[in-house]
Ligand binder design. Structure first.
Ligand code: ADQ
Length: 745
């Protein structure tokens, strides 16, 4: 089994300078962490044994050099480049990714830019990536898409290869609904639909997963069941996978002589001064300015630390094409000058600032030799620096000060937590960290290290892939139940050979789609014609078995020769007969129930009540999903007291709550026709929970069909009402001229 990793950047950067090509490993947590995991994959006894990486090679490559780059990347690095010009990257990466999604998802709406041109480029680059995957992918491969640059890709791939195993991991925060909804409707819906193309969507924290599920519910109206979302013929699961680091690499770094040499130099330079370390990409989300303010106030408040402490701030250049980043760089440099000018002396530099990338050895040495890790992003998906700092503390000494708004805060509770906007709190946290007793430092770090070691980058990746495979396996199981091919052929043969046949058909959601109000979901003329044609076949009994009240069914299907069951089995009308109740029922309870339901209708905009002869229904399809959930819970509570002593039951339908007489069900209605006619062939089709009563009661020989991709007691399933209509049409074309089967296919 092959794993295809797709990310905006490859783990190798290619640079073309004066006609010469230079290849180097990309820096950054994911690229290095994931590639070391992928390299070891083969040696472990894991289902996935081979990998490929698809992505942008990190710079624009001239047309003449592309073939050479592709061939070298494929043979030496297992990489397949997606070539993008500078112009495209400008609108896609610097534009939509870093001026729209990045600020908005990190809760900086005022820095968010909404450009239709950038959005169009984002769609187009996602399409380019889709083509690149399609060129390479083989049956049985797993595709793992990474991060916010490629949120549309999963659905694009799903459309082209419906049974492909697709996973997506989101490395940055997923914002709360109020922030996410700031995106124009078309963009935000496309993004959610894009992500839902995956079998598995992963986030760093439980909160992000919940925010995503909530956005899906509120914008697309899809509810979830323990993170599983059923949407258009496909189930997508959202779950939490906090990314880990290559723990051993950092924990054992000091054994590396190069790192040890760096540590020695570091210690020699710092002498007996305590070193506070901060390591960031240059980014406004990392809270660098706030941190410098906190440090400045610390020096102001605690002069006893003057000459005894230095803050070493390592900043990696990043997104130099985005204006805000360059403005911020200038601000940082001004503050560095101000702090050093205000507090420094000939023998003491309070703040050492370096703006460049560090080698692993130098970084590991800084982590290992410093006393305090000051990691205070304003918002961060996870933050690997916090984890790397703690992992590097081989002897357990050192203190982590961490922002509560970093994803890592969820797993690193032993750190000193700060609100990065609270400069006073940061000042106190710096002091507390510098003064924390050594045994307490060791105790805290050991706790965190245990967790970091257990859930490292390999465990993270493996967990994700195993879950993805499990979701895919569940889907495959369901696919075996899809009514198609030989199964369908055999069913048509049985139908053709049978002397008498019964077709029990649910109505809403099965024969027609749901409409905002029940009266709008009337049957079209084509459907009526098909049903009439089927019903006219000698030996056929076609029965609509619905929760609707009988007058509506009579209006739509009366005189067509179609049998009907109304109000889930309370009323029955046989072919050409008259309506009659299956058992004596009372409805003297309705008045009181309707008062309760009406009160609830008044408190939920968009909801309405429907009165049937033996039932009352509370409909909330048009209402806000979250408020509906609350109101429905309240209504159920209110109703339970009343229905406990009455012969009534509460039924949860599709965006409707129904109160009806106990002992009435589709099972009763359906079995009435089976017992009366003893048909040789039975088909039962339905989409609702109420159809499950009937599916469960039917003999095994019955062709029971669930409409929609959900667990069911039915033997088969069909994706939606369109497929059901198609199936009925196929049935109606079966000719009975000869006695032998002739399905007409
Ligand atoms: P980033 O925003 O890049 O990642 P982070 O998680 O801190 O943030 O990872 C940065 C990586 O770059 C670390 O592995 C670090 O070692 C390295 N690095 C930082 N400064 C460096 C320097 N001066 N020299 C060399 N290397 C340096 C995004 C999200 C995060 C999420 C990660 C992983 O924004 O929230 O944690 O992806 O999912």
């Amino acid at each position: 089994m092959r794993l295809i990793v797709v990310s905006n950047r490859l783990h190798v950067t290619v640079e073309e300078k004066e006609g010469k090509l230079n290849y180097k490993q990309s820096s950054g947590g994911l690229a290095t962490g994931l590639s070391s995991y992928l390299e070891t994959m083969k040696s472990r006894n894991f289902e996935v044994s081979e990998y490929l990486w698809i992505g942008w090679p990190g710079s624009a490559i001239s047309a003449g050099k592309r073939a050479e780059v592709s061939s070298k990347l494929a043979s030496k690095y297992r990489c397949h480049p997606v070539f993008l010009s500078e112009k495209v990257m400008d609108k896609f990466y610097l534009g939509f990714c870093n001026k729209t999604i990045w600020p908005l998802f990190h809760y900086f709406p005022t820095l968010t830019n909404y450009s239709a041109e950038h959005w169009n480029q984002y769609v187009s680059v996602n399409e380019t990536f889709c083509d690149a995957v399609l060129e390479i992918v083989k049956p049985g491969d797993i595709v793992w898409v990474h991060d916010y640059q490629l949120m549309l890709l999963p659905a694009m791939l799903r459309k082209k290869i419906p049974d492909l195993a697709i996973g997506y991991f989101h490395h940055i925060p997923f914002p709360s609904f109020e922030i996410f909804r700031l995106l124009p409707r078309e963009w935000r819906n496309s993004i959610l639909e894009g992500l839902l193309g995956s079998d598995l969507v992963g986030f760093h924290t439980h909160d992000y997963t919940q925010y995503f599920l909530r956005a899906v519910l509120r914008m697309l109206g899809h509810e979830h069941n323990l993170g599983a979302i059923n949407c258009d013929n496909h189930t997508s699961v959202a779950d939490t996978f906090p990314i880990g680091i290559d723990y051993e690499k950092f924990n054992g770094a000091s054994k590396n002589p190069h790192v040890q040499k760096e540590i020695d130099e570091f210690k020699k330079a710092s002498g007996d001064k305590k070193i506070i370390l901060s390591v960031d990409r240059l980014d406004y989300t990392k809270g660098i300015i706030n941190r410098l303010r906190g440090y400045e106030l610390f020096l102001e408040r605690y002069p006893q630390w003057h000459g005894h402490v230095s803050l070493l701030s390592l900043v990696v250049p990043s997104r130099t094409g985005v204006d805000q980043y360059m403005t911020m760089k200038k601000q940082i440099e001004e503050m560095v000058g101000k702090i050093n000018g205000k507090f420094g002396s000939v023998s003491w530099t309070p703040l050492i600032y370096q703006f460049r990338s560090y080698s692993f050895e130098a970084l590991a040495a800084a982590y290992s030799a410093s006393d305090v890790g000051l990691v205070t992003p304003l918002r961060d998906g996870m933050n690997l620096v916090a984890k790397e700092f703690v992992a590097s503390k081989a002897d357990g000494r050192g203190v982590l000060v961490l922002s509560e708004t970093a994803g890592a805060a969820r797993e690193m509770g032993e750190a000193i937590m700060v609100n990065p906007n609270d400069v006073d709190e940061m000042t106190l946290a710096i002091k507390e960290a510098l003064e924390l007793p050594e045994e307490e430092q060791i105790r805290r770090n050991k706790e965190m290290q245990k967790r970091l070691k257990r859930y490292d980058i390999s465990r993270w990746a493996e967990d994700f892939i195993l879950k993805l495979l499990a979701v895919k396996a569940e889907r495959s199981k369901l696919e075996t139940k899809l009514l198609r091919g030989n199964m369908k052929k055999e069913m048509f043969e049985k139908y053709g050979k049978a002397g008498s046949r019964l077709l029990l058909l649910d109505y809403d959601g099965t024969l027609v789609p749901f409409a905002n109000s029940p009266e709008k979901a009337r049957p079209g003329s084509k459907l009526i014609e098909t049903l009439k044609k089927l019903s006219a076949v000698p030996g056929n009994d076609v029965v609509i078995i619905s929760g609707r009240e009988r007058h509506t069914l009579e209006k739509w299907f009366g005189g067509t020769g179609i049998g009907m069951v109304a109000e889930h089995g309370a009323w029955v009308c046989e072919k050409g007969g008259a309506w009659h109740a299956l058992k004596p029922l009372k409805n003297d309870w309705k008045h009181q129930i309707m008062q309760i339901v009406e009160r609830c209708v008044d408190r939920l905009p968009g909801a309405f009540m429907e009165e049937k002869e033996f039932a009352v229904v509370f409909h909330y399809r048009k209402s806000d999903s979250e408020l509906s959930a609350l109101r429905v819970r309240e209504l159920r509570d209110d109703l339970i007291h009343f229905t406990a002593n009455a012969d009534l039951q509460i039924l949860m339908g599709n965006k409707a709550l129904e109160i009806r007489c106990a002992g009435v069900s589709k099972e009763v209605g359906g079995m009435h026709f089976i017992v009366a006619n003893k048909p040789d062939f039975i088909l039962s089709v339905g989409d609702d929970v109420t159809d499950e009563d009937l599916f469960k009661a039917l003999p095994e020989t019955v062709y029971s069909v669930k409409v929609g991709v959900e667990r069911s007691s039915a033997r088969y399933y069909l994706p939606g009402f369109t497929e059901v209509n198609g199936l009925l049409e196929e049935f109606s074309n079966i000719k009975f001229a000869e006695k032998s089967a002739d399905s007409g296919h």
